[in-house]
Design a protein around this ligand. Structure first.
Ligand SMILES: NC(=O)c1ccc[n+]([C@@H]2O[C@H](COP(=O)([O-])OP(=O)(O)OC[C@H]3O[C@@H](n4cnc5c(N)ncnc54)[C@H](O)[C@@H]3O)[C@@H](O)[C@H]2O)c1
Length: 360
């Protein structure tokens, strides 16, 4: 990587900014975190104090922040403002890394993609699960043809009881939906990317509001407020692609099920299959016998040492920073994230209308 430094700003200094973007960017010597914005000023101040370069500025209005000289802006606000802030940032000449989902609606996601094309600035969406060791290894196997023609996939985002109770995750207006748009989006992104198939033909969906009305419910993040729970608690989709490949998407924050798994995929191809149920497992047939192979992605059994590999979050940040500095495409392309958004929206539409949605 060249020695140039990048001036980076964060809009939305909440959970994901502090949990992922800031600590990861802080590990990259090419990055200077120079501006922080949150409508709650103390949050921006706290992030600036912890991660900011000397003289870092704090804002409560992103439009003021965009007047600064910046290379890139990371959009880490709730879903309903992704499009507005991203388009404004691109139009003011900044590259944008926007949190997932790309936007609340497919129309907004299209506006974001159009703005990126119009301005010639880079846009990526923060699907960090692609950067996990198991995902990258499986991607290589898929590209090498080890699975053959992949014609069936399962995109899995199933929690038994883990409803996010902070922020605005239960607010339909601000988020555009519940587990489907929140965690189903990761699983679907991973599955489409591994299948390298972005041509949906039709989508049928079911959406449930079954457990959200419970008082004092068991929940990993503490009981939710049933009055606030306006989004679905689970959603399922049946997606057929133009080449006939089929994907089942399962997403839930609260479901009566014992086996859970989030941001996981299962793939079946003509030459082999793969799943992420318990680590990365490959299966197939050799010499007229069936086999299963477990891929060891660890450090080889050394105690107190997880290996020298970077975390998925740091890899994501590094890929993004290199894309800007070396004028390359980032791993997560906005065209791909748009298709994810279109499919998720079609699942909601199909559930609402009771009809299958067809893409032309
Ligand atoms: N990649 C992932 O795995 C992952 C995980 C969690 C959240 N997210 C995404 O990140 C986004 C934020 O989620 P979170 O958990 O950090 O929520 P959060 O509520 O913890 O943080 C959001 C922050 O944005 C601020 N904010 C709201 N509107 C703003 C505006 N117009 N301008 C400036 N600041 C504003 C809020 O005050 C808050 O501090 C969501 O889109 C969510 O889907 C992604």
């Amino acid at each position: 990587m060249s020695k140039k430094t990048l001036k980076v700003a964060i809009v939305g200094c909440g959970g994901i900014a502090n949990g992922k973007h800031l600590p990861s960017l802080a590990k990259l010597s090419e990055v200077q975190l120079v501006a922080f914005c949150d409508i709650v000023e103390e949050r921006a101040q706290k992030a600036a104090a912890e991660y900011g370069a000397e003289g870092a500025k704090v804002f409560t209005d992103y439009r003021e922040l965009l007047k600064e000289e910046l290379d890139a802006v990371h959009v880490c606000t709730p879903n309903d403002s992704h499009a507005e802030i991203t388009v404004a940032a691109l139009e003011s000449g900044k590259h944008v890394m926007c949190e997932k989902p790309m936007a609340k609606t497919a129309e907004q996601a299209r506006q974001m993609l159009d703005a990126a094309k119009r301005t010639g600035k880079k846009l990526s969406i923060a699907y960090q699960n692609r950067f996990r060791s198991d995902s990258l290894y499986l991607k290589q196997l898929c590209e090498d043809g080890e699975l053959g023609d992949i014609y069936f996939g399962k995109a899995l985002a199933i929690r038994r009881r883990a409803v996010p109770t902070w922020g605005v995750f239960l607010d339909e207006e601000k988020q555009g939906g519940g587990p489907l748009i929140d965690i189903g989006t990761h699983a679907l992104d991973l599955t489409l990317w591994l299948m390298d198939n972005y041509e949906p033909k039709s989508v049928t969906g079911s959406v449930f509001h079954k457990l959200g009305s419970r008082e004092n419910a068991a929940n990993a993040f503490g009981p939710w407020n049933p009055e606030e729970f306006k989004v679905e608690d689970s959603a399922f989709g049946f997606i057929t692609m133009k080449n006939g490949a089929t994907i089942m998407l399962e997403s839930s924050w609260a479901l009566n099920v014992v086996e859970t798994g989030e941001a996981k995929t299962l793939l079946c191809g003509t030459e082999g299959g793969a799943d992420m149920k318990d680590g990365l497992r490959i299966n197939g047939e050799k010499l007229s016998r069936l086999y299963e192979t477990k891929i060891d992605l660890g450090a080889g059994g050394v105690a107190f040492f997880d290996g020298e590999e970077e975390s998925d979050s740091v890899r994501e940040a590094r890929n993004w920073v290199e894309a800007i500095l070396e004028d390359k495409e980032p791993l997560v392309k906005p065209e791909q994230a748009l298709v994810v958004t279109e499919i998720l929206e079609a699942i909601y539409t199909s559930a609402r209308t009771g009809k299958t949605v067809y893409f032309d």
